[in-house]
Design a protein around this ligand. Structure first.
Ligand code: LIP
Length: 273
């Protein structure tokens, strides 16, 4: 099993690097896009091409593996997680950034076996940031091992989150309430525009916690293992165990910080993936 995870990782890493070239061809922005669920939920040809490259390459090498890909699901595909090895793919996380040429977009690729993340790769080819993790082997940024911070209290925490890609008023109300809470209680808020890169910042120790409601499995599957392998925790924002299909995430550098955040966050429960 250990050997095969190494092989899965190496094959996936090669494919992610190749697919990164598709993103790099549009560093100044990708002005042609379509809308998905609403007018701030965007998709480009590149999202689809990256996803096709990854699914094509992985399924050729590992024909029994399953896939949950953002664009395949958006096009009516199934979002089904079994115990089988399942690759969870966000081809361009931060599509809004990608469209505008704001250089924080990445490929996020996680592998789950028995519903647990065992491989995570988050690659921003524009800024040349490659975050990788394998179960039990630590987390890395461009080959250098990374660790979460030691922050235990919101009062000393730099927190990442997103305003999201939904116009739903109820959801936006919760977003504002939580921003207000974090601004009042913490050191500050940062929004990179990519859920996966926000989680990578927690793994790197640059941010201390990240939370978001309304994200999908493909935004957080790789970030989950990256944060845990960097020594942090990834839980449900209300304090229970992390559930990759719940569309809810809270990760933090320490269990103490995660528990304090879970206590104060206003909760939102989107429809599950
Ligand atoms: C988006 C994330 C963003 C988050 C949205 C959405 P996309 O992914 O990058 O941070 O707020 O909910 O998941 O659509 O760019 O792949």
């Amino acid at each position: 099993m250990g050997d095969s995870i190494d092989e899965y990782f190496e094959v996936a890493l090669d494919l992610v690097k190749t697919a990164g070239n598709l993103i790099n061809d549009h560093v100044s922005g990708c002005k042609t896009f379509e809308l998905k669920s609403c007018d701030i939920d965007l998709v480009t040809e590149i999202d689809k091409k990256v996803e096709d490259t990854l699914i094509g390459g992985l399924s050729k090498k590992f024909p029994t593996h399953k896939f949950i890909g953002e664009e395949t699901v958006s096009a009516g595909g199934r979002c089904e997680l079994t115990d089988e090895p399942t690759w969870v793919i966000d081809p361009v996380d931060g599509t809004m950034n990608f469209v505008h040429g704001f250089p924080h977009s990445c490929i996020s690729l996680g592998l789950l076996i028995n519903k647990e993340s065992v491989v995570g790769i988050i690659y921003n080819p524009i800024l040349n940031q490659l975050f990788t993790a394998q179960k039990g082997k630590g987390a890395f940024c461009n080959g250098r091992q990374i660790h979460v911070s030691q922050t235990k209290e919101i009062s000393k925490a730099l927190v990442t989150t997103e305003t999201g890609t939904s116009r739903d008023e109820e959801k936006q109300k919760v977003v504002f309430q939580n921003l207000q809470l974090m601004i009042a209680k913490g050191h500050g808020i940062r929004c990179l525009g990519s859920a996966a890169l926000n989680m990578a910042m927690v793994a790197l120790g640059g941010a201390d916690a990240n939370y978001e409601f309304g994200i999908h499995a493909w935004d957080i599957a790789a970030g989950d293992i990256l944060v845990r392998e960097a020594g942090g925790v990834c839980i449900d924002p209300a304090g229970g165990p992390f559930d990759v299909l719940s569309r809810r995430v809270l990760c933090a550098s320490t269990p103490e910080l995660a528990a304090e955040m879970a206590k104060v966050l206003v909760q939102f429960y989107p429809e599950r993936d």
